[in-house]
Ligand binder design. Structure first.
Ligand code: SF4
Length: 445
């Protein structure tokens, strides 16, 4: 079987990154090897995201750009997957006659057949929703690879229907994967040398809540922590309303659970949180942050913020800034509000124009840059256990992440790559830390 080249371009969240890994390992069985660009590729797949405005335009622009490649190399297979594919479906085949296949968020398992059909000139679109447990059984596993850290999907979809969010309509209803399947996958990964797992889902905190007889997320974390070989556990994404007392306690009782949590607030004012349909208040959010810091004082909290949501007043926005001051996020992803098709918020009146929104975003990001910098500076002098994942930015440097997720670069031998090292932090930068190697780390937490 001659090797064919597959170029996958991935947009958006870690769920998409994980799906692209699944696609790559699934199609490697058909003789497709990864390519780093479209040049010379036999197939190009776009794995798309539709969370923000402009998502469709970005995909259309890419596909328009691929037309010339198809003209030069008619056998090139062009495919679109992910959330824009789920949203647009057949439309994409109509609008872009040079596209061969469109696959939805529940149809990755159909890709080998679709590719075989495309190799014989047949164009196909598969975007049917599978709104039951069977969906996750169809999920192709990710095999091979030497990485220390791997994503493990524990659930898919979301039932929260926040008023601005398109995810429930493109990823479907919330379904938890059977815990036995999750634990089996983690054990196999541990045997293959993986030392860190990142448990993935749109809202992992509600894992098992809607599945009769299934365990819930704190118990899943405990069982993952019992698996030999796994040194670190992370998870994303969490919804504050489902952040239970039991889950918070895990940060004090499970040694392998990393001191990092992604807990998107989205806004700081109760008025905006209510219109967003988030299901919690500023006060209850801050209570959860305080409880987290009580059980794990050095925890790194990261979050997401939307500015310029319909109805957001100057005072609402000031409350977002003051919430950031109180939480002291280690890092924050922030965006201007953009209406998404089919969402409740898309029907709401917007008072702010783009320029006003961007001014607010600028103020918010300036504040966060200062807070992130101070977070890094607070780590100077501390000794961090670093999982060494590769070579650093400068000659002689190696690099990895501390328990709280922060990037640490330090002088060390490449033989340390793939292991843990104790490193004293000597300098803080905006997005990373510099350290000094103390010793090779111990094997168990
Ligand atoms: S919790 Fe809300 S914002 Fe997050 S994926 Fe679900 S609907 Fe979207």
């Amino acid at each position: 079987m001659h090797t064919k080249l597959l170029y996958i371009e991935t947009f958006g969240c870690q769920m998409n990154v994980n799906d692209s890994e699944r696609i790559a390992s699934m199609l490697s069985g058909m003789g497709y090897a990864p390519a780093s660009s479209i040049d010379g590729a036999d197939m190009v797949l776009l794995n798309t995201c539709s969370v923000r405005g402009g998502a469709e335009e970005k995909v259309y622009k890419r596909l328009t750009g691929y037309r010339a490649h198809k003209k030069k190399f008619p056998a090139l297979i062009i495919g679109v997957g992910g959330c824009v594919a789920q949203q647009e479906g057949e439309e994409l085949l109509t609008k872009f006659p040079w596209v061969d296949l469109v696959f939805g968020t529940h149809n990755l398992h159909l890709l080998p057949d679709m590719v075989r059909a495309a190799e014989h000139g047949e164009r196909r679109c598969e975007t049917s929703f599978i709104d039951n447990e069977q969906r996750l059984d169809l999920f192709p596993p990710v095999t091979g690879g030497t990485r220390l850290s791997r994503f493990v999907t524990v659930m898919q979809g979301c039932d929260n229907f926040c008023s601005y969010c398109i995810v429930p309509s493109v990823r479907g209803r919330e379904i938890s994967r059977r815990s036995d399947d999750v634990l089996t996958e983690v054990s196999q990964l541990a045997e293959s040398g993986v030392r860190e797992v990142v448990l993935l889902g749109q809202n992992v905190n509600s894992y098992g809540l809607k599945t009769p007889g299934e365990i819930q997320f704190p118990e899943l974390l405990r069982r993952v922590a019992e698996i030999d070989g796994i040194r670190r556990i992370r998870f994303t994404t969490s919804h504050p309303k489902d952040m239970s007392v039991e889950l918070i306690a895990c940060f004090g009782s499970i040694a392998k659970l990393c001191g990092q949590i992604h807990l998107p607030a989205q806004a700081g004012s109760n008025a905006v949180l209510s219109v967003m349909g988030r299901g919690y208040t500023r006060e209850s959010y801050l209570e959860k942050i305080a409880s987290l810091k009580a059980v794990r004082p050095d925890i790194a909290v990261t979050g997401d913020m939307i500015v310029g949501f319909p109805g957001e007043t100057d005072s609402d926005f000031e409350q977002t800034l003051s919430l950031m001051e109180e939480v002291r996020y280690a890092d924050l992803f922030s965006f201007v509000y953009s209406p998404r098709p089919g969402t409740q918020a898309a029907a709401m009146n917007e008072e702010l124009d783009r320029e006003q929104k961007l001014l607010r975003l600028d103020r918010l990001q300036n504040l966060q840059r200062q807070i992130s910098r101070e977070f890094h500076e607070s780590m100077v002098g501390s000794i961090q256990s670093v999982m060494v994942e590769g070579e650093g930015k400068r000659a002689g440097q190696i690099s990895g992440r501390a328990d709280n997720g922060k990037i640490v670069n330090f002088i060390g031998d490449v033989s340390l790559i793939g292991s843990f090292a104790d490193v004293r932090i000597t300098q803080a930068y905006q997005n990373s830390l510099l350290g000094h190697l103390i010793q090779r780390g111990t094997e168990s937490p």
